[in-house]
Design a protein around this ligand. Structure first.
Ligand code: TYD
Length: 207
């Protein structure tokens, strides 16, 4: 029986990384094989591209070049890590996926959703998760958490302004509302344990 592919999405500071780990642990406790991965990255080639994307000056890449690099990293990640794991029956938990490209490069950078979907079609045959979990926080709370975490050293994306991050959040919400079969919007306020329990509930029908 094939496994399942689950992605977590949201803006900076919503707790995706912590929650990816916790969700993976909850599924392992049920005896499932779980692979935790992330984008950009998740395979040796994609991790090399990650360094190109996250380090350096804010204007290092044009928006178009950046979108192509994310799509290239994703193509490698899917071919080498995600598809083989799902084929052998593992559950894959991925911290960010193509919806991040739609929200950041497509929405906030203005390349448009269709352009990103076209790149994803070329790179990865349009491969999509069985479920995408949107961790949702009020904007001010996310900014405060992010500031505490990065202590003044955000990456190339975290350093962009409030209107950029608002456009990201708005695109995620629009995508989630448009496709309630694949997406669930999960309230990211409250204790980490409470949020993990909400995430487990939001994938129960896949088990
Ligand atoms: P990361 O350190 O993983 O950030 P976070 O903890 O916020 O998830 O860095 C990933 C950054 O790359 C993040 O700012 C979002 C951005 N990004 C895109 O712009 N497009 C994409 O397709 C992906 C996967 C990430």
């Amino acid at each position: 029986m094939p496994g399942r592919f689950i992605s977590l999405e949201g803006g900076e500071g919503v707790g995706k990384s912590t929650q990816s780990r916790a969700l993976a642990a909850a599924l392992r406790a049920r005896g499932l094989e779980v692979i935790e991965t992330r984008e950009p990255g998740g395979s040796p080639g994609a991790e090399a591209i990650r360094t190109l994307l996250l380090e350096g000056a804010g204007d290092r890449w044009t928006a178009e070049a950046e979108a192509l690099l994310f799509a290239a990293a994703r193509a490698d990640h899917i071919a080498r890590t995600i598809r083989p794991a799902v084929a052998r029956g593992a559950w894959v938990i991925c911290d960010r996926y193509v919806d991040s490209s739609i929200a950041y490069q497509g929405g906030a950078d203005g390349l448009g959703e269709e352009a990103i979907r076209t790149l994803h079609g070329i790179g990865s045959g349009g491969y999509l998760p069985d479920r995408t979990l949107l961790l949702a926080l009020p904007g001010e709370e996310a900014a405060a958490r992010e500031a505490a975490r990065d202590a003044g050293k955000p990456d190339r994306f975290g350093a962009r302004d409030a209107s950029y991050h608002a456009a990201v959040a708005q695109t995620f919400r629009r995508l989630a509302e448009a496709n309630p079969v694949r997406w669930r919007i999960v309230d990211a306020t409250g204790t980490a344990e409470t949020v993990t329990a909400r995430l487990v509930d939001a994938i129960e029908d896949l088990a």
